[in-house]
Design a protein around this ligand. Structure first.
Ligand code: ZN
Length: 287
């Protein structure tokens, strides 16, 4: 059995790397516990494995937390499917941003009454926790900030290793760049990602991720001198560099870039009836 690794993020924040069925190269989703005194907030739980759930509840007991709230950074199953287990034991709703509420109810298979719109702020003992709407990876994605500890939990807007996928219908690159800017120009030094190790230089990581996306955008544009389909672009950009199981995420990311470029007027699209595919090319080269 794969064990849960616990890492102290800061004075009031603990990371639990929980084995989950997620997207390679990640095999774990991080659960975070923010706490002060007997009050705690648990962020994300993506497992239904009884041993893992036992370890999580044991941790709550070890920390002597008697009042624990639940929150999901976004609706995806690898962040939410363990929350109903705790919900029923702690008798507290699962907080989510309103834009992700309905999708989360479906993922967790719980009735609407067991979820609740997330408040803007929560108080745990003497520690204030701010919840900011930071869309990008999903429309209702949130960041959880603990200013006293200079920590921001960024869900799937940043990863401890590698990059994250952004794509329709869940997310939008325009929003995503804004959410990265919020980290770059924010005051938190430490970021707790949804997958991978704690990021000790949050601003640098967000800047790097933004550059990575912008470079990818240029790379996509460089392929659009002629009409290209999404499949062409995925082949040209990702060929043999990522595991087969992650190809759908690469495809979504290419779609997100195309969507962004269409809105920004950088490219045009047409439907090719012979190939039954939508094709894209640069606008400036077309005139
Ligand atoms: Zn996700």
């Amino acid at each position: 059995m794969q064990k849960i690794t616990k890492t102290v993020v800061s004075k009031h924040v603990l990371q639990l790397a929980v084995p989950t069925p997620t997207i390679p190269p990640a095999f774990e989703t991080n659960t975070y516990l923010i706490y002060d005194g007997s009050e705690g907030l648990l962020v994300d739980l993506g497992t239904q494995d009884p041993d893992s759930l036992h370890t999580v509840t044991e941790t709550l007991l070890q920390l002597k937390l008697s009042r624990v709230s639940l929150l999901a950074t976004h609706y995806h199953r690898d962040h939410t499917q363990g929350l109903p287990f705790l919900q029923s034991r702690l008798n507290t709703p699962v907080y989510l941003h309103p834009l992700d509420l309905q999708l989360a109810q479906k993922e967790m298979q719980v009735p609407a009454g067991l979820t609740s719109p997330v408040p803007k702020q929560l108080q745990l003992g003497s520690v204030s926790v701010d919840i900011d709407h930071r869309p990008g990876h999903t429309h209702g994605h949130v960041h959880v900030r603990i200013p006293t500890d200079s920590v921001v939990l960024v869900g799937d807007n940043l990863a401890g290793t590698g990059s994250v996928w952004i794509g329709p219908p869940d997310g939008h690159l325009n929003d995503y760049y804004d959410s990265l800017d919020a980290v770059i120009y924010g005051n938190c030094q430490i970021a707790g990602p949804g997958h991978g190790p704690v990021i000790r230089h949050a601003q640098d990581a967000a800047r790097k991720q933004k550059k990575h996306r912008q470079d990818r955008q240029q790379q996509i544009l460089s392929h659009l001198k002629d009409w290209r389909t999404v499949d062409h672009l995925v082949d040209a950009i990702y060929a043999d560099t990522i595991p087969e199981a992650a190809l759908w995420a690469a495809r979504k990311t290419v779609q997100a870039h195309l969507q962004y470029l269409l809105v920004k007027d950088g490219i045009i699209q047409k439907f090719n009836k012979d190939q039954m595919r939508t094709q894209y090319r640069r606008f400036d080269d077309h005139r």
